[in-house]
Design a protein around this ligand. Structure first.
Ligand SMILES: Nc1ncnc2c1ncn2[C@@H]1O[C@H](COP(=O)(O)OP(=O)(O)O)[C@@H](O)[C@H]1O
Ligand SMILES: [Mg+2]
Length: 1038
């Protein structure tokens, strides 16, 4: 197998494909029989199987069915690495493997959320049990699991060695032959994790407990216990570590077998007990039962003089009484007597030797058989998953395979009947169902003939007519019924059946091979001759009533749970073994029919358990009866895959825009539209009435791959939606939180505000009260108000104190502070005055004196005065340097005090002449360059006239004296300054006269002139037509 892997794929398993396998097919055959050229040839089939077997390729497909040939050696193809390779890979992309079957069932279960079963069939020793173990291991390793589920996994795995120890034995066919049928459900949760399990067991071969054919053993557990049981334990059980000492273990004469390692198995079993919830008491009781069985086997009888059986050796029975906790003498009596009910009376009748041995063995079988059932229940208890969520299951059916021995008894009859039933199921579910389906779906189809074994099933199980019914009838009828009378009945009732034969019915040739006590059945898998001896007894499975009574009273926990007193009260005969088995098989088939099947067909390559030996005859026989050729033919002609339109559409509808997300027409139309869109070719599919049939796996795989890809897109969309939802939810939460916070905050604010208002109201109230009583003497009521008034007034005053001495504003005080205010005002004023005085220099003082005088002269009299106040007076407008030195020479001895340029108007013609006006301490001079044009002694100065308008004209009046040139008419820029200086120097403040309208002035030689003052747009001075000097002043905006 490993080699095949290497050959076909190298290391990269993703490249594995069927085509790759074709290259190697000459040597290793084809990995799917469907690919065989001559698919109808049995020889070609066998040839392919042989080629592969030789290359250690034990697995081959027929479509999805797996054919497995027992290699009888370790192949190293079950490693974890191998499991990983097969995990989640499309079925046909890798070489055939049991893991592919397991994985496929698992994937389909996960995606379609349905139940499955894997039917493993084949004759005894073909590898069924091994296969089921491999599958279980595969799930244990590859399925997702959690720490909690780890224990479930271990229990699932470890339930096997326990059941095998108690239910498997060495037979001639198989050293580890399952002597019970087992159907195990593995339960998975929606995530695909194994979460529990349940086991159904079928008909354990109890007769093996008391009898084994040569070359066979009893159940493994006996040998394991004796071989490896701890000394203490054995001593406690009263056992010796030697199987040869026990009658029940030595009949096959092969207690020791090289292929069986009882020691290591024992260890596994012991470990398993602890994992699957066995208490110390459980284990004690369980081995008590096992030991009791061995002791029972060693009980020997002899005949007394009356021909009654008596027990020869008392030690065994003592051990049994101890281990099972039953009364010694009652047990002894039960093993040698039989209670018979004669009318309402109970009579104890002693047993003869044969019946005593029968009673002993019946007890051993009943004890062992029921303990096995208890064990299965116990394991089920530990595998049970208690939560009620829906689970899907994969069932593993590993049931005893078809077997033929030299002597075949009731057990083989049951086992082979069971195999008939399973074959029937397979036919029903594959060959028959498949062909019927094509017909039903209206798919063109040429029927393929196959052998339907229903006829054999009917022969065995049909009501009233079948072998089981006849057997039951014989068991139950009154009178002397024996195995031989049963055989006669068979001949009588089913003698003419094509699959039934006895010596009497057989022809000359075959007669020799059938004994007088035999009947032969032509099973689907071949003919088996059964010896009827023991049939009745085994079918009745009778345990004497007094033995039952003893066991009911047992103190051993297990036995107590296995034998109920109610059983004794039930007068009805219990169902016979064959009928019980028939019913349990019927319900098993029902269970299986409700699930999706996968099949593994196991083939035994030779009878010698030898590796590498390919026995053509044996294998051809199995190929034939397993119906593999028919299966192949149906497969070849048929379709690899089919699905109901609804399901197909549901799964793949996202691949076509027209069907996604909803298709509103019928499902079949939807599928048609879908496959047209993804481009199926006509030969690749057929459309049935309710289903689509796809011929090749590759078509489906391509679709599945496309789906896989589209899933990612869908997922992103769903994710986005989901995230949107989450976001919205989060937003809502936050919004609610914010609203809550806001409400709280608003509440807090409102409370604060209310408090503030309360306080305010309180304060206002107090304030008003204070206000009302403010004039009363200081008392608590007005105290605060008064203080407040004082405080506010004073603080306000602080910001409103006058900034200079001229500022006469003063904050009006409240009544109570009037006095204080007055005082403060004074202090403040004084302070301001002081500060002001401190800030005055000599210059400023002189300035101020001048300004004071100017104020006296002009205030309220001449326009422009107010505007001029701010302009400080200059000391002089021209310096001495501007005066001609000659002039300076002339006025030498006088100190020049003030010089300013002026315009002089002639007295006669009013011509304007630029002149300088020089003021000394004693006289004013009108100077033109180097000439003094006029000197006016202050002493002679008669007056100065100016207008009330804003002009700069002044007339300096002098006495009418010849020497004098007359009054000087001057115009100067700084009239207020110049006039003030003149007045001050002349010390004639009162000499200034402010005139309105006009003034008369004196021209020399006694003549007078007139100057008229008016206002106008522009200042102007000119001689008017009337001969007056007209002075126009600009109107001053005030
Ligand atoms: N896949 C396998 N690889 C190696 N040996 C196998 C394999 N299958 C079966 N065997 C051998 O064949 C024996 C019988 O197989 P088993 O599964 O017990 O048969 P069945 O249950 O069909 O009677 C096993 O004990 C084992 O030695
Ligand atoms: Mg088996």
């Amino acid at each position: 197998m490993e080699e095949e892997m290497k050959e076909e794929v190298g290391d990269n398993h993703s490249q594995l494909n069927m085509e790759g396998a074709l290259i190697a097919r000459d040597r290793v055959g084809v990995q799917d029989f469907v690919l065989l050229d001559s698919h109808t040839s049995e020889a070609a089939f066998l040839d392919n199987l042989r080629k592969r077997y030789r290359e250690n390729l034990i697995y081959t497909y027929i479509g999805t069915l797996l054919v497995s040939v027992n290699p009888y050696k370790e192949l190293g193809i079950y490693s974890i690495k191998q499991m990983e390779i097969y995990q989640g890979v499309n079925f046909f992309e890798l070489p055939p493997h049991i893991y592919a079957i397991a994985d496929n069932a698992y994937r389909v279960m996960c995606t379609e959320y349905n139940n499955h079963f894997i039917l493993i069939s084949g004759e005894s020793g073909a590898g069924k049990t091994e296969a089921s173990k491999k599958i279980l291991q595969y799930y244990a390793v590859t399925c997702p699991t959690t720490e909690q589920l780890q224990i479930v996994r271990d229990r699932l795995l470890l339930s096997n060695p326990v059941l095998e120890a108690f239910g498997n034995a060495k037979t001639l066919r198989n050293d580890n032959s399952s002597r019970f049928g087992k159907y195990m459900d593995i339960q998975f949760d929606f995530k695909g994790a194994p979460v529990g399990g349940h086991i159904l067991s079928y008909l354990i071969e109890k007769s093996r407990v008391v009898h084994q054919n040569p070359g066979e053993r009893n159940f493994h557990i006996f040998y394991q216990l004796l071989e490896s049981g701890e000394d203490d334990l054995l001593r406690w059980l009263g056992l010796e570590p030697n199987p040869q000492k026990y009658m029940y273990l030595i009949q096959g004469r092969c207690a020791k077998v090289s292929s069986i390692n009882d020691k290591s198995e024992w260890k596994t079993v012991r470990k398993a007990f602890s994992v699957i919830d066995f208490t110390e008491t459980d284990i004690e009781h369980l081995f008590g039962v096992i030991a009791s069985v061995l002791h029972l086997g060693n009980i020997q009888y002899e005949e007394d003089s009356n021909g009654h059986a008596i027990i020869t050796n008392g030690s065994q029975i003592k051990w049994i009484s101890k281990l099972l906790g039953v009364h010694l003498s009652i047990l002894q009596e039960a093993l040698t007597h039989r209670k018979i009910e004669a009318r309402s009376e109970e009579v104890l009748s002693p047993l003869n030797l044969d019946l005593a041995f029968y009673a002993r063995d019946a007890a051993a079988k009943a004890i062992y058989g029921r303990t096995f059932t208890w064990l299965v229940n116990k394991i089920n208890g530990s595998l049970a998953n208690k939560d009620l969520t829906r689970k899907t299951v994969i069932g593993l059916l590993d049931i005893y395979g078809f077997e033929v021995f030299d002597t075949n008894s009731f057990e083989q009859f049951c086992i082979n009947y069971c195999n008939e039933k399973l074959q029937q199921l397979l036919i029903e579910m594959t060959l028959k169902a498949e062909q019927e389906e094509y017909e039903l779906e209206g798919i063109e189809w040429e029927p393929i003939p196959y052998f339907n074994n229903k006829i054999i099933c009917d022969l065995v199980e049909e009501k009233h007519k079948g072998i089981i019914s006849i057997l039951d009838e014989e068991c139950l009828r009154p009178g002397e019924a024996t195995d031989l009378s049963f055989l006669e009945k068979l001949e009588e009732k089913v003698g003419d059946h094509a699959h039934f034969l006895t010596r009497k019915l057989a022809d000359q040739k075959t007669r020799k091979s059938i004994d007088w006590v035999d009947f032969r059945l032509l099973h689907y898998a071949g003919e088996v001759t059964y010896c009827v001896v023991g049939f009745l007894e085994k079918n009745n499975d009778l345990l004497y009533r007094n033995l039952k009574e003893v066991l009911c009273k047992s103190k051993n926990g297990i036995i107590k749970e296995c034998f109920f007193p109610s059983e004794l009260d039930n007068r009805r005969r219990p169902e016979t073994v064959a009928t019980q088995f028939k019913n349990s098989l019927a319900s098993l088939i029902e269970i299986l029919m409700s699930k999706e099947p996968s099949y593994i067909r196991c083939i035994k390559p030779n009878d010698g358990k030898e590796s590498g030996k390919f026995d053509d005859v044996l294998i051809r026989h199995q190929v034939k009866y397993l119906g593999l050729m028919e299966h192949l033919r149906v497969r070849r002609a048929g379709f690899a895959y089919r699905r109901k339109y609804e399901l197909f559409l549901q799964r793949y509808k996202s691949l076509c825009p027209a069907t996604w997300p909803h298709w509103h027409g019928s499902a079949s139309e939807g599928v048609e539209c879908l496959i047209k869109h993804i481009g199926y070719k006509p030969e690749e599919y057929k459309l049935g009435r309710t289903k689509i049939f796809i011929r090749f796996p590759r078509t489906l795989f391509a679709t599945e791959d496309a789906f896989e890809y589209s899933k990612h897109l869908l997922v992103t969309r769903i994710q986005a939606r989901y995230k949107g939802c989450l976001g919205k939810r989060e937003y809502k939460k936050q919004r609610e939180a914010a609203i809550k916070l806001e409400a709280c905050w608003r509440g807090a604010l409102a409370r604060k505000e209310a408090k503030r208002r309360m306080w305010a109201a309180e304060t206002i109230k107090k304030f008003i009260k204070g206000f009302i009583s403010r004039k009363n003497p200081l008392c608590p009521e007005n105290d605060e108000f008064v203080r407040f008034v004082q405080y506010t007034y004073l603080t306000k005053l602080r910001d409103h104190v006058p900034k200079n001495v001229l500022d006469k504003n003063w904050l009006k005080p409240p009544a109570i502070l009037e006095e204080t205010s007055e005082m403060l005002k004074k202090i403040c004023m004084r302070n301001l005055v002081r500060k002001y005085c401190q800030g005055i220099t000599a210059e400023k003082k002189a300035q101020l004196q001048q300004k004071v005088i100017a104020s006296a002269i002009f205030r309220g009299k001449k326009d422009g005065y107010l505007q001029s106040i701010n302009q400080p007076f200059a000391d002089t407008r021209l310096s001495e340097r501007d005066i001609n030195p000659k002039v300076l020479q002339l006025i030498r001895g006088e100190k020049v005090k003030y010089v300013t340029p002026v315009v002089k108007y002639d007295r006669n013609g009013f011509k304007a002449r630029e002149r300088q006006l020089v003021l000394t301490q004693s006289a004013a001079y009108v100077v033109e360059m180097a000439k003094i044009k006029q000197k006016i002694d202050y002493a002679t100065l008669k007056g100065i006239s100016i207008s009330n308008l804003s002009d700069g004209l002044l007339a300096i009046h002098v006495p009418e004296d010849n020497k004098q040139k007359g009054d000087a008419i001057l115009q100067c820029e700084h009239i207020f300054e110049t006039v003030t200086k003149l007045c001050m120097l002349a010390n004639k403040q009162n000499a200034v006269k402010v005139v309105q309208g006009s003034l008369q002035f004196h021209i020399s030689s006694g003549k007078e002139g007139t100057i008229a003052f008016t206002t106008g747009q522009e200042p102007q001075i000119y001689k008017a037509k009337n001969g007056h000097l007209t002075v126009v002043s600009a109107r001053i905006k005030s």
